[in-house]
Design a protein around this ligand. Structure first.
Ligand SMILES: [Zn+2]
Length: 379
């Protein structure tokens, strides 16, 4: 069995975390291209696709291995001991540049960089008042950032140099244009890794100049085994059944790491409670103010919005005559006496979007919660 890679991991950083089981073939292919002369690793690679498939885990692991001084002796992953591996651990590798800087993996943090990023974002939140704006700008690569990279790329010299551009779709247009020049003039020993959760937003001119890593096809059985193993047989301290694993994977669109995160998300265990609240609101048994107060003590507004979005998605599925993607709560029974119209559902989906935008303008959570509960009462 493989070792735990994203939960309870002993490894102190994502660079040396175990290879995810669905990435083994790609790992073997790429490393062989590096180890077999003439070395033929593409100059610019793109790791793209939805969150939770292990893109970043793969990229950081490969970066560590490419830089490792002992990689010939350690084809399965960086050695962890050579100078290069030590530099990575201390976050001071002279041959690695990362943009935006918050994407630089943090040693001793949890093992996949999304987690590291989250903890960095938390720090940003704690440090600034307008946290939402800071979050967004922290992920944006600007033209000056790309320009500052040029001396590193063109310096020449011995050994491999690597640039990682995370959240590549959030680059400004000017930054993307500056990057194009670099992509058109490959430098020997320099490799660029672009990472994007929403590659549809990448400029076509960028996309056409990078080679996409095939990280998106994950065998369903491998995903199932992995999620089962990683959850250690329980969700919310209750034994997890194969059908619950299936459901987690379905809700996560097949992305195993996202399915694991979902199992641990605070809102996931509160789906039945959401139904109870909705019905109590509709029947007038509970006031929207009381419901708002209660839920504020349970979930952040962001989590409650995620929960509501998931529930609305399935209510719409049932309206369309499809089966609910949540088999562990009885939505069909709940909808027997009252099925909200499509237009009501749509207007609630719209207001969820509006509330999300309002929250970015620092609208108070309580205000947003009150408004949402009033709308749920009318659904
Ligand atoms: Zn090493």
């Amino acid at each position: 069995m493989y070792k735990a890679a994203s939960v309870n991991d002993n490894s102190d950083s994502i660079y040396f975390a175990p290879l995810l089981p669905w990435q083994q073939t790609l790992w073997t292919q790429l490393t062989a291209r590096v180890l077999t002369p003439p070395q033929s690793l593409p100059h610019a690679l793109l790791a793209a696709g939805m969150q939770g498939m292990g893109k970043r885990a793969f990229v950081w692991r490969l970066v560590a291995w490419l830089l490792c001084r002992e990689r010939e002796q350690h084809p399965l992953g960086a050695c962890e001991n050579c100078d290069s591996c030590q530099w990575l651990k201390s976050g001071t590798h002279p041959s690695l540049q990362v943009l935006p800087s918050v994407s630089m993996p943090i040693s001793k943090a949890s093992s996949h960089s999304q987690e590291a990023l989250k903890s960095t974002n938390k720090k940003i939140k704690a440090d600034t008042k307008s946290s939402k704006a800071a979050d967004k700008s922290a992920l944006t690569t600007k033209v000056d950032d790309i320009r500052a990279l040029q001396p590193f790329i063109y310096q020449g010299g011995q050994g491999m140099r690597i640039c990682v551009l995370d959240h590549a779709e959030q680059m400004t247009i000017a930054a993307a244009n500056a990057l194009l020049k670099t992509l058109e003039e490959p430098q020997s020993q320099v490799h660029l890794f672009l990472i994007s959760d929403t590659p549809a937003k990448l400029l076509p001119t960028i996309k056409s100049r990078v080679q996409q890593l095939p990280l998106q096809s994950i065998d369903a059985g491998v995903a199932r085994d992995y999620v089962t193993h990683m959850l250690g047989g329980t969700v919310n301290r209750e034994a997890v059944s194969p059908s619950q694993i299936e459901q987690l994977l379905q809700l996560a669109n097949g992305a195993p790491l996202a399915a694991i995160d979902l199992a641990g998300a605070p809102w996931y265990s509160k789906r039945a409670l959401w139904l109870t609240t909705w019905q109590a609101l509709r029947s007038g048994k509970r006031s929207s103010i009381a419901a708002s107060d209660y839920w504020q003590s349970q979930l952040s507004i962001g989590e409650f919005i995620q929960l509501t979005e998931q529930m609305l998605l399935d209510i719409r599925r049932i309206n369309l005559g499809l089966s609910s993607s949540q088999q562990d709560i009885d939505l069909t029974a709940a909808l027997q006496n009252h099925q909200p119209s499509d237009s009501l559902l749509e207007s609630l989906v719209d207001s969820l979007q509006q509330i999300k935008m309002a929250l970015q303008q620092n609208v108070q959570e309580k205000f947003a919660y009150d408004r949402l509960m009033q709308q749920l009462a009318q659904l």
